[in-house]
Ligand binder design. Structure first.
Ligand code: SAH
Length: 253
């Protein structure tokens, strides 16, 4: 049966998933721990990418080469860039861009050299399923966090996410980054540190990929405040709610 890889950057983003695995088996490889098992009748491998694009590429390559992952899904947190993307919202990626890639004047800004393109589209079918799972899984989840600052059910967005090896914690940097990308026709909803790398590796191997990020901050000077608490209290239960829907809806290959 086809294996689904479920990746996250941080341990807190993965919380709850491991307990769901039937017959969990731990495998150490490339300085990482991989957990294999079954969830809702699917073969699943769970792994942490660690933080940043190279670390994410290593983990993605390993799940494909060593664990024969035939589909990859990523859940984690990100900083909101676009005005309407607020803390507690959820963004499903339609495509990724490396915001820190600039080989100009040899190649156009943001273009991945020798790929002939800047944006890395996610798999349409898997993304549509993840979007549906986000709507179903998060319906009513807002009430669950009523005691917190987040009173509303999360809004679900879909669009471009920008990745780079930088934790964006200044409004000035975030605005400049957005303006630069807009100049080249890209309008990112959120910024994080792994997605484009995972998307690029999956594209190289022709493995379908989809990703979901809960907005933990607005990529400004308060970005680091309560980061861990947010991941534990909000992002991780959101990811769990969406993923359990997603695997139940996922067709068996
Ligand atoms: N505080 C954590 C490290 C977090 S790094 C620790 O000590 O372990 C930030 C992680 O969240 C990355 O995986 C990145 O993808 C995502 N992220 C959230 N907000 C971000 C922002 N404003 N800029 C870049 N990445 C962000």
């Amino acid at each position: 049966m086809a294996t689904l890889a479920i990746l996250s950057a941080l341990l807190d983003e993965q919380r709850g998933l491991l307990e769901e695995l039937a017959h969990p088996r731990k495998v150490k490889r490339a300085g990482r721990t991989f957990w294999c098992g079954q969830w809702h009748g699917h073969e699943v491998v769970l792994a942490l990418t660690k933080v940043g694009k190279v670390a994410a590429a290593t983990t993605t390559t390993a799940v494909i080469e060593a664990f024969q992952a035939q589909r990859v899904v990523f859940t984690g947190v990100a900083g909101g860039l676009s005005a309407g993307v607020k803390v507690g919202d959820v963004v499903v990626a339609r495509e990724f861009i490396h915001h820190d890639l600039d080989s100009s004047p040899l190649f156009a800004r943001y273009e991945i050299p020798l790929y002939g393109r800047a944006s890395l589209p996610c798999d349409e079918g898997l993304t549509a399923l993840l979007l549906e799972a986000a709507h179903v899984g998060l319906a009513g989840v807002g009430d669950h966090f009523h005691h917190d600052k987040l009173l509303m059910a999360p809004r679900v967005h879909a669009g471009l996410i920008a990745s780079g090896d930088q934790f964006v914690s200044s409004a000035e940097v975030a605005v400049r980054m957005m303006c630069d990308m807009q100049t080249f026709g890209f309008a990112p909803l959120a910024v994080e540190m792994e997605g484009a790398a995972v998307a690029q590796v999956c594209r190289d191997y022709d493995v379908p990929f989809a990703a979901l990020r809960t907005i933990s901050d607005r990529a400004d000077a308060t970005a680091h405040v309560d980061f861990s608490a947010f991941v534990q209290k909000v992002a991780s239960p959101y990811a769990f709610a969406v993923l359990s829907q997603f695997v139940q809806m996922l067709p068996k290959l």
